[in-house]
Design a protein around this ligand. Structure first.
Ligand SMILES: *Cc1c(COP(=O)(O)O)cnc(C)c1O
Length: 359
């Protein structure tokens, strides 16, 4: 597999994945766990210093979550070897930095505004983030993103549907970036289940530089079990698997996720209810004079504009209603972000906002 990499003089050339990786990661010899060395089921285990009592929790979990990956692979139409599972998407984001970005030297390009974790993971890894503003209509500025990349840019981060702007980006624009940039393009699809747009997963084979992130934290309703997914070429997944903590997904999480996957219909039902409530929330908020603008949403939250975001945020807090003040974020002046709740929760929000108008 070859990746187009820009050199510092602006010219480009094709290189293998190995040259994109941090040199120490490319040559890393990973920890070999007891379960790496022997992974059969029907055996008596004396190799991991576990307690022989209290089955099944006495045994270390499957370090590669084989069963779970097979289920997810079948659901998503990819191969198990195209899947990395992490302690939330956050683990995958951090590992991508650790795999590709040389601290203090490399940089990443990211859209702005977007999810705050890319910046935090970059800061932790001492990697510069070159931020490229979205266009005024919140679409991707493809040219600006591509020209922001230089010889030390290993990754471009895109989030679609984007948090906090709530819109999805056009497939053509994302493909233009995948084609125009030879490093890794990370597309965070945390909210894809709520969007009418298709996932980019079907493009994995076409673009060896694509990494798609998804999560169990939103549509699947299990933020508490901490399970995130990264989908990419076998080559990239092998690198992430090599550098993760050996037993990063605990057995309770693996079991709970297997159980959820047996009942995908329930997730679908939740999504439908949330989408119906989102539309109702939008209709109701449009009637409230405090609300100046409601951005179109492809996610399970809406972004609204008001004149006095801080005041409204604080008034709601006094009533025990917590939304997110995003008014200090680039391009989001006056913006509040509201997650779609249950019917009763949304009613409460709508009522309290009405009361604020009356005061
Ligand atoms: C909520 C969210 C996630 C989920 O992160 P987890 O660590 O999987 O819970 C990922 N990306 C974005 C953009 C999000 O808003």
């Amino acid at each position: 597999m070859k990746y187009l990499v820009k050199k510092s003089d602006g010219s480009s050339r094709w290189r293998g994945l190995k040259q994109l990786l941090r040199p120490n990661i490319a040559s890393l010899k990973p920890y070999s766990s007891a379960r790496d060395e022997f992974s059969g089921a029907d055996a008596v285990f004396f190799d991991a210093n576990e307690n022989p009592f209290n089955a099944p929790y006495n045994r270390y979990p499957d370090p590669y979550q084989k069963k779970l990956k097979e289920k997810i692979a079948a659901l998503k139409g990819v191969k198990p070897d195209n899947i990395f599972l992490g302690n939330g998407s956050d683990e995958a984001i951090d590992l991508l930095f650790r795999a590709f970005s040389v601290p203090g030297k490399d940089n990443v390009v990211s859209i702005d505004p977007t999810y705050g974790m890319y910046q935090v993971a970059a800061d932790i890894n001492d990697v510069e983030v070159k931020k490229v503003l979205l266009k005024p209509d919140f679409s991707l500025d493809v040219e600006a993103l591509l020209s922001a990349a230089d010889g030390n840019t290993k990754m471009i981060f895109i989030c679609s549907p984007n948090n906090p702007t709530a819109n999805s980006f056009s497939y053509e624009d994302m493909e233009a970036i995948l084609q125009g940039f030879g490093g890794i393009v990370v597309v965070d699809e945390a909210y894809i289940d709520f969007a009418p747009e298709k996932t980019l997963l079907s493009k994995l084979e076409e673009y060896p530089n694509l990494v798609v992130l998804q999560t169990f934290s939103k549509a699947w309703g299990v933020a508490a079990i901490r399970l995130g997914m990264a989908f990419a070429s076998e080559e990239i997944i092998a690198v992430l698997s090599k550098i993760k903590y050996p037993y990063n997904i605990n057995i309770l999480t693996q079991e709970k996720a297997l159980e959820l996957l047996e009942n995908e219909k329930e997730k679908q039902k939740w999504v439908e209810q949330i989408l119906a409530e989102r539309e109702r929330l939008v209709r109701e908020l449009k009637k409230n004079p405090l609300v100046k603008n409601i951005y179109p949403s492809d996610a399970n939250f809406i972004l609204i504009t008001v004149d006095e975001p801080e005041k409204i945020y604080n008034r709601l807090v006094e009533q025990g209603i917590i939304i997110r003040d995003r008014s200090k974020v680039a391009m989001c002046e006056g913006c509040l972000r509201i997650t779609v709740g249950t019917q009763e929760e949304n009613d409460k929000l709508i009522e309290e906002l009405k009361k604020i108008t009356e005061k």
